[in-house]
Design a protein around this ligand. Structure first.
Ligand code: GLU
Length: 479
């Protein structure tokens, strides 16, 4: 068998969302599992839809998710250029092949004439088809008119790696436009030419292209091009599974997820498992595992549900899996302002404490700022705490004073020594850990969440711990 070559062929019409990345990822995996090539091709033949900056954005998104392509607009290969607008001569050559075979012709109609044919079809309750009004003696194609395919209605059968065997109806075959009057090819024509020229073996894309397959198959036949393997991927649905994922349900730019503190590992694993599993209970996969285990035949045919909570859970998992020095590199831009000038060793200690509780890298300031700056007293944290709100202000002030005295007597300020003192304090006060430790935790961090208390206090340091407990006791007694 020839070398596997897959491609991702986005149009530069905006950002790359989860669905686009899934297509790219699956194509990447199929190529990499047999040491094949993954190609990036920009399909920019619809100039009216082009959005400035999207080429750079698409490339940055693929790179951010480690979907490194072997050939592409900025990566030379044997089959370039990899931008369709730079390949117009190639499409013309193929167009002339069809003209010579009597399988393509210039479209002489004005848009008003076409509209009249359309209206007539609607009036007689027929589906509109261009070929029903095909001109008998079309003019010679000089590039100023659209070039159309001269189709023959026929049924085709093909095997889709995901959807199974599909037989198409002759009804839908039509004289589709190959080259527009602006000189650019249509997607319908260009992608077939390019896939053949670039020796693409597998076409992997969204299911919205299934309806065009009859016309594509007719073109493969007319051009005498061998069909590649096809795989059409089901839509990604919202969390409820009742409609296609829209912007509101999280169909956002994948780079936004990176900016929000999601790891590329998480996104790759999460997106791969949108509609695919390896047949076991395994839920989380590294890129190496995906390359080893992925198969198109295990992609579900029905829409995959996008569950943001699962994404968050998975991100926490991948964060915990990272060695702390690697995590340290990843959080570079997420530290609170007050941490910036702190020594690396101290930040590393803080990070190893916070690591278990981080769900996204963006949580870092909320989880760690009290290690670097004095927290603002927020009494609502006490008032909203189930155990603490049962106590009076005075009781809480007393408990805090006892904690302060107990901890101030400590000679060594280690996590173990602190824990021992805290345990003694539990016995002396007769309080439950849930009450006493929550109170001290809040009084020293004023944060919703924090790592284990003794570790936290050790890192905050004795002096700051005692000063904070003191300030909290004063705040309680002056309520
Ligand atoms: N340019 C098409 C798109 O952006 C690519 C479809 C395909 O992969 O063939 O949807």
């Amino acid at each position: 068998m020839s070398k596997v070559r897959t491609r991702f062929a986005p149009s530069p019409t905006g950002f790359l969302h989860v669905g686009g990345i899934r297509t790219a990822l699956f194509a990447y995996l199929i190529a990499k599992q047999t040491d094949g090539d993954f190609v990036l091709r920009l399909e920019d033949t619809d100039k009216s839809r082009e959005v400035a900056g999207s080429r750079e954005h698409l490339i940055a998104s693929l790179k951010a998710l480690h979907l490194d392509y072997d050939e592409g607009p900025d990566k030379e290969g044997d089959y370039g250029p990899y931008v369709q607008s730079e390949r117009l001569d190639i499409y013309k050559t193929y167009a002339h092949k069809l003209i010579e075979k009597g399988l393509a012709y210039a479209d002489p109609y004005t848009s008003e004439e076409i509209q009249a044919y359309r209206d007539a079809a609607t009036a007689s309750k027929r589906a509109y088809r261009y070929r029903d009004n095909r001109p008998e003696n079309p003019p010679v194609w000089d590039g100023t008119k659209p070039l159309r395919f001269k189709s023959s209605p026929k049924s085709y059968t093909y095997t889709d790696e995901v959807m199974g065997e599909i037989t198409t109806s002759p009804e839908v075959i039509d004289d589709i436009i190959l080259i527009k009057s602006d000189g650019y090819p249509t997607y319908n024509f260009a992608h077939i030419v390019d896939d053949a020229e670039m020796k693409i073996t597998h076409v992997i894309r969204g299911q919205e292209f299934i309806s065009s397959m009859p016309n594509f198959l007719a073109l493969y036949e007319a051009l005498e091009i061998d069909r590649p393997v096809f795989a059409h991927l089901p839509h990604i649905m919202n969390e409820q599974g009742n409609k296609k994922l829209g912007k509101r349900d999280g169909a956002k730019d994948v780079l936004d997820y990176i900016r929000d503190g999601y790891l590329p590992e998480t996104l790759d694993s999460f997106i791969a498992t949108l509609g695919w599993n390896d047949g076991t209970e395994q839920e989380v996969f590294t890129m190496d595992e995906l390359i080893e285990k992925f198969s198109l035949s295990r992609v579900q045919r029905s829409g995959a549900r996008f569950d943001e909570k699962r994404l968050l859970w998975m991100n926490g998992h991948f964060i915990r899996e990272l060695p702390v020095d690697e995590l340290y590199k990843r959080v570079e831009f997420f530290w609170p302002e007050s941490a910036k000038k702190q020594p690396e060793a101290y930040k590393m200690q803080v990070l190893s404490l916070a690591q278990d509780r981080l769900k996204t890298l963006k949580d870092l300031p909320a989880l760690t700022s009290y290690f670097f700056e004095e927290p603002r007293i927020d009494i609502s944290l006490i008032d909203e705490n189930k155990q603490l709100k049962k106590l009076s202000d005075e009781q809480r002030a007393d408990l805090l004073s006892s904690a302060k005295s107990k901890l101030s007597l400590l000679n060594g300020w280690s996590a173990d020594a602190i824990q021992k003192a805290l345990n003694e304090l539990l016995e002396e006060t007769g309080e439950k850990p849930g009450t006493l430790f929550s109170l001290i935790r809040i009084a020293t961090t004023w944060a919703k969440f924090s790592p284990q208390l003794n570790d936290t206090l050790e890192l905050i340091g004795k002096e700051r711990t005692l000063a904070r407990i003191d300030a909290a006791a004063t705040a309680e007694s002056s309520r």
